[in-house]
Design a protein around this ligand. Sequence first.
Ligand code: SAH
Ligand code: SF4
Ligand code: F3S
Length: 465
Amino acid sequence: MSKTLFIKTWGCQMNVYDSARMADVLAPLGYRPVDRPDDADMVILNTCHIREKASEKVFSELGRLRALKARKAAGGGRMVLAVAGCVGQAEGAEIMARAPYVDLVFGPQTFHRLPELVTRADGHPGGVLDIEFPAESKFDFLPEEQTGQGLSAFLAVQEGCDKFCTFCVVPYTRGAEFSRPAGPILAEARRLIHSGAREITLLGQNVNAWHGEAPAGGGRHWGLGRLVRAVAELDGLLRLRYTTSHPGDMDDDLMSAHGEVPGLMPFVHLPVQSGSDGILVAMNRRHTVDDYRRRVDRLRHFRADLALSSDFIVGFPGESDADFAATLGLVEQVGYAQAYSFKYSPRPGTPAAELDRQVPETVRDERLTALQALLNRQQLAFNRAAVGSVMPVLFDRPGRRPGQMLGRSPFMQAVHVAGDDALSGRLAEVRILAGHPNSLSGCLVGRDGAPVVPEDAPRAPEVIA
Ligand code: SAH
Ligand code: SF4
Ligand code: F3S
């Protein structure tokens, strides 16, 4: 019998990937994804624990779902309500206590057990909790993907983290670092391409720490640079990306791939968190500001037009005005195409939450505003610098206005042009005409560099002198 499944996803791209895989696990049980929770037979909240605000959202969402569940029960039906992901892992017992109407709580490493958990929840009015870190790897139990992810697909190659940055919950919620062997990764990449993917993003909490068994086995291991070269060779794939990298794991083989593998996009997300060595030590980042700058220079040595993105935390305990100024200085030096910045959020169970010298909220706010102003200026400058150039754009969806199509530049910029659905899934050359804060606009150009005007595009108004 067909049943409906609604999954709501917060957090990082790994959670987006996990949600797709949860749907795969539940498909053989007859669950089919729907895009509203209202009358769903099962609702999964795939949650994020990274900052306080992210976690709070779960309880407010649960409050709303409780009413939907009650309504369904009143009509004689049943809604299975589940909390998955990193909040599930970190706060499983609290969730069961605070929200006893939740049927199931599990973490990122046990969702391959969903069929069994759903059956157990049937006979357990008190709810079922599974936040074990099992000895088995879920990747050995997940079924093949049931539905493609479309043109641009995620592929998890590495998971978990052994770095223990003092602010971060990930090592506790995702568990120890784990790399999948290259064979199954290449097989999954081929299946994704077969179901329509033209761009693949290799995912990991520390993706460049990936070191997996080579496809031929024999005890040989590859690093991410080798894997990137192998995936890029697969027939039908146009673009390859990887995220998120740790500066300490950026080796020469991976960096040189940016100069040698045409399909590997010239855009790297390389979080640095702070531009102060003192703060980097307190964060246990295990690299200096100079190490980071050298990695950036080396990447640009292999690929001169490589663009960078990063993550920053402002207001880490003990961060002085001088420390913060050093972060602004580093941003000025590197020049980012795009970046994420966050106010430090003390997380239960992490060492930094216990530190003295927490920075007052007002100071954190001011620093965030100043850093974001600088990053926004850099992003706009980067977008404007593209004006006049011609770049390949991979089109994947209609734009906001009718007669518009939206795609991505090699540097992940959103690019819109006049065009119709025939562009969807195609890589086309675009001349950039304008750079905006969060996007570019341009026009399609033919092989000869002349604009291509789609037949049904609105004509430009004639200029009346
Ligand atoms: N594995 C990645 C990042 C994972 S978390 C890395 O090593 O960089 C994504 C981002 O969230 C981090 O880069 C950091 O900038 C931010 N973040 C993590 N914990 C945080 C906290 N306690 N407060 C504020 N931001 C945090
Ligand atoms: Fe968190 Fe640090 Fe691991 Fe990144 S490297 S996931 S910030 S502990
Ligand atoms: Fe959030 Fe977990 Fe990802 S805490 S950022 S969903 S690894």
